[in-house]
Design a protein around this ligand. Structure first.
Ligand SMILES: Nc1nc2c(nc(Br)n2[C@@H]2O[C@H](CO)[C@@H](O)[C@H]2O)c(=O)[nH]1
Length: 235
């Protein structure tokens, strides 16, 4: 058992999907995994292990924000030997051409989090990037499934409510596609401990246009993305 995950050694598969919402972890386990078993309920941040196409896969909630996601990524890798972490989440779109329900693969994650600045004394802006092999497999899988998927950089922000939307507009001018709150930490920790990480996102809101998806739309699109993530995790 680690400090924040109540699992025994061997309870967690080498490949883990990480939604932010623990109830989404439960939904993924119940909807997609055979013989899914819950291995932790510590702090309500559920984790499950089951099988996808006969291969062991786990699903672990990460919580919202980089401090929370960092704790679970660190312990999954260092206490349970996890080798592949695929975040499956939602995001707010910045790019004009993005539509609600589009699927994005995050090739890199800019951030305003001090967690990464602190790692290098604020002297170097480390570039958190996705594992290329996972990214390539996800793109191939999406093509095979006929699901359009955008690949590009995102912003992992510390705050959900910001009084500086002008900064988001500026980032969009540099090709940043969307905003979420976890990937910069996930990519950095995976790189630090030699694991592989990728983030797949569905657009649930468009920040600049003020559009929102319905919860039903979110669930349907989320399912397509989860299937890409599962196929990528076991490839
Ligand atoms: N900062 C930010 N995070 C967002 C947004 N839309 C979504 Br869905 N998120 C993600 O959803 C949660 C906040 O609702 C966090 O875990 C984020 O990763 C958004 O417009 N902004």
């Amino acid at each position: 058992m680690s400090i924040h995950i109540g699992a025994e050694p061997g309870d967690i598969a080498e490949r883990v999907l990480m939604p932010g919402d623990p109830l989404r972890a439960k939904w993924i386990a119940e909807t997609y995994l055979d013989d899914a078993k819950c291995y932790t309920q510590v702090r309500g941040m559920y984790g499950f292990t089951g099988r996808w196409q006969g291969v062991d896969v786990s699903v672990q909630g990460s919580g919202m924000g980089m401090p929370s996601a960092s704790i679970y990524a660190h312990e999954l890798i260092n206490d349970y030997g996890v080798k592949t972490l695929i975040r499956v989440g939602s995001c707010g779109a910045l790019a004009d051409e993005l539509q609600l329900r589009d699927v994005i693969a995050a090739s890199g994650a800019s951030t305003d989090s001090n967690m990464n600045r602190a790692r290098f004394d604020g002297l170097i802006d480390y570039a958190p990037v996705a594992d290329f092999g996972l990214l390539r497999t996800a793109v191939e899988t999406a093509e095979q499934r006929g699901i359009p998927m955008r690949v590009g950089p995102i912003l992992a922000a510390d705050a959900f409510y910001t009084d500086r939307p002008d900064l988001y507009d500026a980032l969009a001018n540099y090709g940043v596609l969307a905003v979420e709150m976890e990937s910069a930490a996930l990519y950095t920790i995976a790189a630090r401990f030699r694991a592989r990480a990728l983030t797949l996102l569905t657009v649930s809101d468009h920040i600049k246009r003020g559009e929102q998806t319905t919860s039903q739309e979110r669930e349907q699109t989320f399912g397509q993305m989860v299937e890409i993530a599962l196929d990528t995790a076991i490839a």
